[in-house]
Design a protein around this ligand. Structure first.
Ligand code: NI
Length: 262
């Protein structure tokens, strides 16, 4: 139990952790294109953030004890979900992610109160652009970033951390469908393009302790375990059923806040 938290604190990441069966991961992967088809109908565009506010299958995943138990070993018994984020690379997609820290724009403090959980719905391998981290780089503090706006960079600003990367420290977090990796909010990370014929489909869940503060202004989160004794975040409602008017209204309100910036 303690080992997971200690090694996460030392290295800034842990993997692989088995959370879903291969059949459950395949069922979720089948839901993804259906979700986006409906999103195009309802909103006129695909949606990447906070889909757990709209559909029961993702709401169930973000409350699943198999996901929450390892996160609680690091963050404790009270958990808010700050954001969920689909991260999909189609076959032969040139999109890549430059090395960066998610702390740069998120506005959340302190960094140690946040754990990112990346769940693979399809195989996530070096060849299809799995997440890679720079071991121990979460201990460097906030690094300066340059907004490169480079072609093919999937990040909004094409931001890149000012860090000379030691190739020996780069860890490819390869996962089978249904496996999860955990990474620290301040760890330097990125991913290559998908050069294979296999889609890379994952969802990243960003969990915070209720004591974490948002420095960018009012924000919301979903209470997924325990109690919130701080009240720093407005609590989001769970969907009563898929795509209900109430769920769509709650989703629209939530994605106007900083937590939908990823
Ligand atoms: Ni990132």
């Amino acid at each position: 139990m303690h080992d997971l938290a200690e090694r996460f604190a030392a290295d800034g990441y842990r993997f692989p952790l088995a959370v879903l069966s291969p059949a459950e991961a395949a069922a979720a992967a089948e839901q993804y294109p259906l979700f986006q088809a409906r999103a195009r109908e309802v909103f006129g565009s695909e949606q990447r953030f906070k889909a757990h506010l709209l559909v029961g299958w993702l709401d169930a995943l973000v409350h699943d004890p198999r996901v929450l138990d390892p996160v609680s070993r690091i963050l404790g018994p009270d958990l808010l979900l700050w954001s969920s984020d689909f991260f999909v690379k189609p076959p032969r997609d040139p999109g890549y992610v430059s090395f960066h820290q998610d702390t740069t724009y998120a506005g959340l403090e302190p960094f140690d109160g946040i754990v990112n959980a990346w769940i693979a719905l399809t195989p996530s391998r070096k060849a299809n652009g799995c997440l890679k981290v720079v071991a121990g780089s979460h201990r460097f503090g906030q690094l300066p970033h340059t907004n490169t706006h480079a072609a093919g960079n999937m990040l909004f600003y094409g931001q890149e951390a000012a860090l000379e990367i030691d190739p020996a420290k780069v860890v490819d977090m390869e996962l089978d469908p249904g496996e999860m990796s955990l990474h620290h909010m301040a760890i330097v990370h990125g991913s290559q393009a998908n050069t294979s014929d296999t889609p890379r489909m994952g969802v990243v869940l960003r969990f915070i302790r209720p004591s974490v503060r948002q420095t960018k202004g009012p924000d919301s989160a979903t209470l997924v375990r325990g109690t919130d004794r701080f009240g720093h975040f407005e609590h989001e409602p769970r969907p009563d059923h898929d795509w209900s008017p109430a769920a769509i209204a709650a989703f629209r309100a939530a994605i106007d806040r900083p937590s939908a910036l990823g």
